[in-house]
Write a protein that binds this ligand. Sequence first.
Ligand code: ADP
Length: 556
Amino acid sequence: MKKRYILFNAVILVSALIIFLVVSVFIVLSTNTRNMESEIKTYLSIIEEEYDGTNMKKCADNIHDANEKIRVTFISSDGSVLYDTSEITESNHLSRPEIENVGTVTHRYSSTTNVNMFYVASYIPSNSTYIRVSMPETSVTDMSYSLIWSGLATIVVISIISFLAITLMTNKAIEPLKDEVSKLSSIVGEAPEYTGNDIDKLSFQIDKVRDLIEDKISSVEREKKKVDYIIDNIRQGLIILNGNGDIIIINKMACDILNKDRKDLLDKNYIYSFINNDISNTIDKCMNENYSQNVGYRNGEREYIINVSTLDASFVKNNNKYGAVLFIYDITEEKKTEKMKTDFFANASHELKSPLTSIIGYQQMISQGIIDDKKEIDDAIEKTIKEATRMDQIITEMLELSKLEANNSEEKTNVSLVKATEDILNSYDSVLKNRNIKVITNYSNFEAYISNNDLYHLLRNLIDNAIKYNKDNGSINITIDSKNRFFEICDSGIGISSIHLDRIYERFYRVDKAKSKEKGGTGLGLAIVKHICTNNNIKITVESELGVGTKFIVKF
Ligand code: ADP
């Protein structure tokens, strides 16, 4: 390519010089011809002036002596040569072009002198004589030859110089390009294959480097996508800060926790995103020394623990300050569970303490003889048994709950909804009769894939509540729908006010504690129901109107 480039330049230069030379030769030749024509005419007019009809020889010789290349011929009107400064020829000259066109300069080959000649003639009528002057063209031709040779020599010299100059300049011009190519090659980890000066090979090298760069870019993009995918799928929030405190990496979870778009957080200082004194002090410490600490952070309802640690990596260091990596753990659920457990223990202790206190009280009264009447003693014993039974029921249901929490249910099978409902209703037969509660059923049976025990517990608690919180002479509608796979129980009982509806599944939560206690309730029934539903992916919903009734829909 470089050779072609140099050759191209040289051809243009040489062509230009040749054209210049040709034009110059042409101009010089035509100028010279014109000069010689005027010179020859001048000689002719000198002779014309001097010639008086007698001094033919003198006039001719004067001119010839002054310039021996000039030939002067006197020709008579019949065409014979009267005098010639060259040898006299016998031929008739009347047909010569210069004689036929007197006054006009003609060029032609002279057989007498054997060279190309300029001719001009005039006719002197007073002496009936033609005067002809001629001179050889050789001086003009010689001049043009010397011009051509010196021109060609100049062209050769200029061509050589310009070839060397162009080669030198091209090499110089390529040098920075070569440097760039080898720098690029070393960036992509490839030794340049070609280090010469050929532009073609250099452009091949550039193409190769470009391909390698494209490969590197796409592999970097692939790696980035992988890293983004991994960090976005970490279940904790992850933020990486550089030494200035700017967020340089943030995952999706962290953006969700901060309720902001990634583009609003990335490359911004962390103080614009979230800040409290503890966090900023910890981050500050991490950036100055090797340090790691947990700090609490609250955003609305949710609670987090942020683990802040020093990040000693070159890509985060700034002005000798370390970067920091923040892992954000959502502890809201843990806290809730913790609170639930604390509440549960407090409630359970309280629930067990009251019957126990009653039992101890009755037994002390009997043992200390405070009551000695047979009826009073029987009454105290009956109350003791009732409280003990209640304690037993609470403990049984607590054990049931802890079993459900551990997800320790029996093996799942396909259990018939109608059979389970009918079995439970049969066990409540006498209660239903005593309180004159009517049960209306609308069955289209289906089977649920669940442990037998769980299904019976679930349905028993709902049926038990529908009876317990019903009015005497009330009704219970039970629908089992195989098409939509749901169980629905709707009672005509006391209903639940909407302010309590959200809390009825909490452990020991009772809308009316006294009423529940009087009906033998523990406040754990619906907590058990909810647990069974959660463990078995069953959806439970409740609708209720105070004084009208309550409807539970269990969708399998
Ligand atoms: P309990 O043992 O007290 O019945 P549950 O957990 O079964 O406890 O129910 C929680 C509370 O929800 C009950 O104390 C009661 O106030 C209310 N409740 C549950 N089912 C019904 C219902 N069918 N009708 C009215 N209130 C109900």
